[in-house]
Design a protein around this ligand. Structure first.
Ligand SMILES: O=C(CO)[C@@H](O)[C@H](O)COP(=O)(O)O
Length: 225
């Protein structure tokens, strides 16, 4: 699959979210929405009412990343509201298979996220239940952190597992993705790139996205996964 860019609005101006999405609408593929509950992660951002409001204003599909303690309770509601992708965390879900199936049944892509220290091998049997595997490349909770190179072998391993099963599962990396790190991610097999500060910290977010995409495309072509 051609690389996709999903800018995280965690680094955008929360007082002007609709305008911030408009700034990237001609260049990004998705809008990445970080839902944090101050329990699963030590930060509190936004929830379903804000996502519902954004759905009325976003020309781009919403890629909702639930960093919350009880995704089984909430994930179906994000999908039913109209989010096109909903990711739950493996470390938090108590009934992941049921929740992933409910997300899909509501018409959204189902994502499974894992933190940097969580291995992917334990989840290989779930690959048939998901549309996307999200690998955190920072500890979840905050934007602007340094990319964790230690996760790159896991990105490669995840790509091998997906390829070995010949499944159309997208592989998303999230955290510290920038012009300095995106080539390594794409080379390891990632194909969906979340970037917060690298996009919204730039003078021209659209130009930053175009540059990230060009780098990812070049590295993907070289890696030939
Ligand atoms: O989920 C998270 C953080 O928990 C990410 O989506 C960050 O928001 C990405 O921001 P940058 O690391 O790109 O600044």
């Amino acid at each position: 699959m051609a690389p996709q860019i999903s800018p995280s609005i965690l680094s955008a101006d929360f007082a002007r979210l609709a305008e911030e999405i408009a700034r990237i609408s001609g260049s990004a593929d998705w809008v990445h929405v970080d839902v944090m509950d101050n329990h699963f992660v030590p930060n509190l951002t936004l929830g379903l009412p804000v996502v519902q409001a954004l759905l009325d204003h976003s020309p781009l599909p919403l890629d909702c990343h639930l960093m919350i303690e009880d995704p089984d309770r909430w994930a179906p509601e994000y999908a039913e509201a109209g989010a096109k992708s909903v990711t739950i965390h493996a470390e938090a879900a108590k009934a992941p298979i049921r929740t992933l199936r409910t997300i899909r049944a509501a018409g959204a892509r189902a994502g499974l996220g894992v933190n940097p220290a969580t291995p992917v091998d334990g989840f290989e049997d779930l690959l048939g239940e998901i549309d996307m595997l999200l690998l955190m490349t920072v500890e979840p909770g905050f934007g602007g952190q340094k990319f964790l190179d230690v996760v790159l072998p896991k990105v490669r391993r995840a790509r091998e597992l997906i390829k070995g099963r010949d499944l159309p599962v997208w592989l998303q990396v999230d955290g510290g993705v920038s012009a300095e790190t995106i080539e390594r991610c794409a080379g390891a097999g990632a194909d969906v790139f979340v970037a917060g500060s690298a996009v919204y910290g730039a003078d021209d977010p659209a130009e930053a996205i175009r540059n990230l995409r060009a780098q990812a495309e070049e590295a993907t072509a070289k890696a030939n996964w």
